[in-house]
Design a protein around this ligand. Sequence first.
Ligand code: SF4
Length: 229
Amino acid sequence: MERYSRITNKNQREIVLLKAKPCAWGKCRFCDYIDDNSENIPEMIRLNREVLSNVTGEFGVLEVIDSASCFELPEETLWDIKKVIQKCGIKKLFFESHWMYRRRLDEMREYFGIPIVYKIGVETFDNDFRENYLNKHADFKEPEEVAAYFDSPCLMVGIKGQTREMIARDIKILKNNFKLGTINVYTDNTTDVKKDPELIQWFAKEYGWLVEDPAVEVLFENTDFGVGD
Ligand code: SF4
């Protein structure tokens, strides 16, 4: 499993995939990456420390992800991230959090003392598909509610059951309401949520221009950021 990488095209930054405690929700229908969660705190701290030792600060920007929210990282790991920020001159952090922690985002900003770009797994702004099929447990109704807390939504495209209209609306919302965003093209995993190859083909053709958009990162594979397996 790769846990350190450098993103050198858009929004240049280093990225680390750390281990975290179990996701507090843990019930999204499409998610099997919570398998990377752990309850072995000392082992997690050790591994995270090792991964963080790769950070050089060459871009002054660091993204920290884990298979849960940043709030599920062990306290000692947060402290280790803080030390890396100071040692390597990191000026900006990217973090990811579930909707349920929306009122706690500033806690991390205060703790680290540098700007944090918050990503959120929205998957889709279609409330019915997100809540009743994907079981995301993010009960906002309007994109503006998300934009009030988060900087950068992550969308998923190409799931069986999604429609072209849903995707087109999601991308329009992303471009109109947010400065940054990520689009994950869905790939099959161990869950019963399946990809729709025809829809993915349509998306790649219709939205090929997004690859050139500096504000949107399109991941055709989960490992396109260079971390994961
Ligand atoms: S919130 Fe994220 S980590 Fe937790 S179950 Fe959902 S997709 Fe998986």
